[in-house]
Write a protein that binds this ligand. Structure first.
Ligand code: BGC
Length: 254
């Protein structure tokens, strides 16, 4: 079965058709810049442009960098505040004419890694962490997603942890990889103390193999610690996989 996965981020919106039984992209992914300001109507138009680019008519799965309940975006940390309270599911469905499932970006990346990547066949408590503009989290218990955790917003040094340890903090403060790893370690220690996960998967922009080599050896956790395997495609693949429930006619209350 093929579903179009669409990953909405602060700077780019990327899409590709995904074979959701294997997790493979069936065409090269296509990207448009996220409109600035990233207001709902403008983003919905870009999502529709991507749907037209692929001449797509079936179900779509769309990620948002926000907490999403029953299609409604409830937060907006790295995207226009107009999204708070917007029914993103309805908006995208109207703009594209496609049945639409919307979920949090890190939850989607986690779904992809649990199905096809570093978390495949892993039971127990697995935590996907994406380090990019913010820090996103996807929590799984025995392979089942506990949706909408916001562990990038835990407090660290009096601010949101993502302000201190996201990849954007590394860039903003021109940190060396060593200095950033010290911050990431503090964050991971806090997470481990609170949740005692069995496996932590590191994803987002920092998970490119070339980057991983610069810092992975500096991080130490009691949990197994693995780089994400699907890297930048995890959001697209996870969005498409999660949207399977539309095609199956179920509603799990995302
Ligand atoms: C948002 C999350 C999102 C994460 C990664 C955070 O600032 O609150 O919802 O998953 O960034 O984009």
């Amino acid at each position: 079965m093929t579903i179009l996965g669409i990953d909405v981020g602060g700077s780019g919106i990327k899409a590709a058709p995904v074979d959701i039984t294997t997790g493979e992209l069936l065409a090269e992914r296509h990207r448009f810049d996220t409109p600035q300001p990233s207001k709902p109507k403008a983003v919905a138009e870009t999502v529709a442009d991507l749907v037209h680019h692929f001449e797509w008519h079936g179900p779509i799965g769309v990620t948002m960098p926000a907490r999403v309940k029953k299609g409604v975006t409830l937060t907006a940390a790295n995207i226009d505040k107009k999204w708070i309270g917007t029914n993103a599911g309805q908006l995208f469905a109207q703009a594209t004419g496609c049945p639409t499932l919307v979920l949090n970006d890190a939850d989607a990346a986690g779904v992809a890694e649990m199905s096809f990547g570093a978390g495949k066949d892993r039971m127990g408590l697995v935590l996907m962490l994406t380090f990019g503009t913010g820090i996103g989290s996807g929590l799984f218990i025995d392979g089942i997603l506990v949706p909408n955790t916001e562990l990038g917003h835990l407090k660290l040094h009096g601010d949101k942890a993502e302000a201190y340890a996201a990849d954007s903090a590394r860039k903003r403060n021109a940190l060396t990889w060593e200095a950033w790893a010290t911050r990431a370690q503090e964050y991971l220690d806090h997470i481990e103390f609170l949740f005692a996960p069995d496996l932590i998967i590191l994803g987002g922009g920092i998970s490119r193999p070339k980057r991983m080599r610069k810092y992975l050896h500096l991080l130490h956790t009691q949990a197994d610690l693995l780089p994400a395997q699907l890297q930048n495609e995890a959001g697209i693949i996870g969005a498409a996989s999660a949207a399977r429930i539309l095609a199956d006619g179920h509603d799990f209350g995302f």
